[in-house]
Design a protein around this ligand. Structure first.
Ligand code: ADP
Length: 276
């Protein structure tokens, strides 16, 4: 990982709105992610979590406000390799005929100018090996990806994102649809990345699996930031003001119970039983 220059926030949104064509999905998002933070983005289905991540990548329309990446206005930002992206519920098609190693090697492409030969440095190879090691798939390097489980494929995609040596990893539900054993492995992978100082923004419904890694929680609800605080504040429900503070609106009362593993244990501030 390369450090951020000048200590600028990795991600900085100021009253940003995102949507699709003429449809506004997220409004008034003010959010700043500092180097080394591991932010879990929670919220019910359809609230706009993926839109937030895709908005950061310029994949959805920005309908207002500003987005800065590493201190640069998003429109001018051109070091795309600095942002690693693991898309939502993505598995590799059974028709892809490639080895695990080949898929991860694709991550190196963003580090090379198109007119230069791609596989031109021994370091490319070394970095691919290193990231395969990080995600625990070094022994599967030569395996056809189509034969791997969904959880293993998710790890391949994380390794592919890491291979570009990004300064921040954006992950959209990395543990969704993955069996418990693989969820644990994924949580260990994320813990390893956190330990090496990787800034991460992780959309998830499985906060419990990532509990030891997450340093901050943001809740998106109905197209707005409903809560933004530390895990302690999230669990204790003591902070009723922080999101209002940052975003000038009220937080929401509860998470969608369908997608919260245990709403009784993790009430949002203001929810019944959430403390003072
Ligand atoms: P979440 O990730 O929280 O489940 P999304 O960001 O995927 O929510 O979706 C937020 C809203 O945006 C939903 O109403 C969804 O239908 C809409 N939406 C998502 N993707 C598109 C798209 N490509 N075109 C139009 N609307 C979309």
């Amino acid at each position: 990982m390369n450090g951020t220059q000048g200590g600028a926030p990795v991600i900085q949104l100021e009253n940003a709105s995102f949507g699709y064509a003429d449809r506004r999905v997220l409004s008034g998002v003010t959010l700043s992610v500092e180097p080394g933070e591991v932010v879990a983005v929670l919220g019910p289905n359809g609230s706009g979590k993926s839109t937030l991540v895709r908005g950061l990548l310029g994949l959805t329309e920005r309908l207002g406000g500003t987005v800065r990446l590493f201190g640069e206005p998003a429109d001018k930002f051109d070091q795309h390799w600095r942002i690693g992206y693991v898309p939502q519920r993505h598995t590799l098609s059974a028709s892809v005929r490639a080895t695990v190693r080949e898929i991860v090697a694709v991550g190196r492409l963003t580090r090379h100018k198109w007119w230069k030969p791609f596989w031109h440095k021994a370091t490319d190879s070394a970095i691919v090996d290193r990231e395969l090691e990080v995600v625990g798939l070094a022994d599967r390097a030569g395996t056809d990806v189509a034969t791997l489980s969904g959880g293993q494929q998710r790890r391949v995609l994380i390794a592919r994102a890491l291979a570009s040596e990004p300064d921040v990893l954006l992950m959209d539900e990395p543990t969704a649809g993955v069996d418990t054993a693989n969820q644990e492995v994924l949580a260990q992978v994320l813990a390893k990345l956190a330990a090496r100082g990787t800034t991460m923004l992780i959309v998830t419904h499985e906060l419990e699996a990532l509990e030891d890694v997450v340093t901050r929680i943001v809740v998106v609800r109905a197209g707005r930031i409903g809560f933004d605080g530390t895990p302690q504040e999230f669990h204790s429900g003591e902070d009723h003001t922080r999101a209002d503070h940052h975003n000038g609106h009220h937080h929401d009362d509860e998470l969608d119970p369908d997608h919260h593993p245990d709403p009784g244990r993790h009430p949002l501030p203001g929810a019944p039983g959430a403390g003072p």
